[in-house]
Design a protein around this ligand. Structure first.
Ligand code: NDP
Length: 247
C-alpha cells in the first residue's frame, strides 16, 4: 500500500472550513482525514453518524435538499461558512442497458449528479459573499471512458464535468474554482463488491497494473482545494493509473 497521509506537521497554508459529503467511509473518509491532518476544520455528512476523529458529523442524504440545508446550517453554526466543499457521496447500481430499471437509472443520477448539484448550490451563496470557494466534484474514469453495465453511473459522472464547467463560467471571477477529480479503480467497499474475475479484467487494462489507494485520490483533492490551485477551474483531473488517457 502507498502511504501518503500527510504528517500533522504539514499544515495547510490557510485553514479552511471543509465539508465532505459521504465522509464516513471510503474515499470521502480519507479526504476528510487528510484535511484534518493538514489543519483544516472538517465536517462530513454521514447517514450512520460515523466520522473520522476530529471531524464534525452532520446527517444528510444528498438526494434530499432539506437535509443538506440543515447539515450546512449546522456546519455554519459550529465551524463557520463552508469554504471548500467536496461532493463525494455516490452509489452504483450496475446493469446492462437492456436490463436496467428506471429506478436503477434515476437513483444513481439523483445521488451522484443531483447530490453534487444540491451540494454546490447550497454552498455557492456564501462562497460568492466570501469571494473564495473550492468546489470539488468526485467523478470517475467511467464518466468519460464509458464502462459496460454502467450507463447510469457513467452518465451521472460525465454530468459532473458540465456542472463544474458551468459553475466556473458563472462564478469564476469571484475567487471560486470548480473542478472534477476522476479516480480510476480505488480500493474501497464500492470496488470490493466486484467479482474477482471482473477485478482481474480491470487490472489488465490499467497501465499502472494496480488499483489506487484512497490516499492517492485524497492527496489530489487536497491540492486542488488549496490556495495553490487558484488558477485551475473547470478541469478534469484523472487519478487512474493511466486508464482513461485522453478521455
Ligand atoms: P463507498 O461506497 O465506500 O462510500 C460511498 C459514500 O457515499 C458513503 O459515505 C455513503 O454513505 C455515501 N452516500 C451514498 N449515497 C448517499 C446519499 N444518498 N446521501 C449521503 N451519502 C451517501 O464509495 P467510495 O468511497 O468508493 O466512492 C466515493 C466516491 O468516489 C463516489 O462518488 C464514487 O462514485 C467515486 N469513485 C469511486 C471509485 C472506486 O473505485 N471506489 C472510482 C471512481 C470514483 P453511507 O455510508 O451512509 O452509505
Amino acid at each position: 500500500m502507498t502511504q501518503t497521509t500527510p504528517s500533522a506537521g504539514e499544515a495547510a497554508a490557510t485553514p479552511r472550513v471543509v465539508l465532505v459529503t459521504g465522509g464516513n467511509r471510503g474515499i470521502g473518509r480519507t479526504i476528510a482525514e487528510q484535511m484534518i491532518a493538514t489543519g483544516h476544520r472538517i465536517a462530513v455528512t454521514s447517514r450512520s453518524g460515523d466520522a473520522p476523529e476530529g471531524a464534525l458529523a452532520v446527517a444528510a442524504d444528498v438526494t434530499d435538499a432539506e437535509s443538506l440545508d440543515q447539515a450546512f446550517t449546522t456546519v455554519e453554526a459550529e465551524l463557520g461558512a463552508v469554504e471548500v466543499v467536496v461532493a463525494n457521496a455516490g452509489i452504483t447500481a450496475d446493469n446492462l442497458l437492456m436490463r436496467m430499471t428506471d429506478d436503477e437509472f434515476s437513483s444513481v443520477i439523483d445521488t451522484n449528479l443531483g447530490g453534487a448539484y444540491r451540494t454546490a448550490r447550497r454552498a455557492i451563496t456564501n462562497m460568492i459573499r466570501a469571494k473564495f470557494g473550492r468546489i470539488v466534484l468526485i467523478s470517475s474514469v467511467s464518466g468519460l471512458y464509458g464502462v459496460a453495465g454502467q450507463s447510469n453511473y457513467s452518465s451521472s459522472k460525465a454530468g459532473l464535468v458540465g456542472l463544474a464547467r458551468s459553475i466556473t463560467r458563472e462564478v469564476g471571477s469571484r475567487g471560486i474554482t470548480a473542478n472534477v477529480v476522476a479516480p480510476g479503480f480505488v480500493r474501497t467497499d464500492m470496488t470490493d463488491e466486484l467479482p474477482e474475475k471482473q477485478q482481474k479484467e480491470y487490472l489488465q487494462q490499467i497501465p499502472a497494473k494496480r488499483f489506487a489507494e484512497p490516499d492517492e485520490v485524497a492527496q489530489v483533492v487536497r491540492w486542488i482545494a488549496s490556495d495553490e490551485a487558484a488558477y485551475i477551474s473547470g478541469a478534469v483531473i484523472p487519478v487512474d493509473g493511466g486508464l482513461g488517457m485522453g478521455h
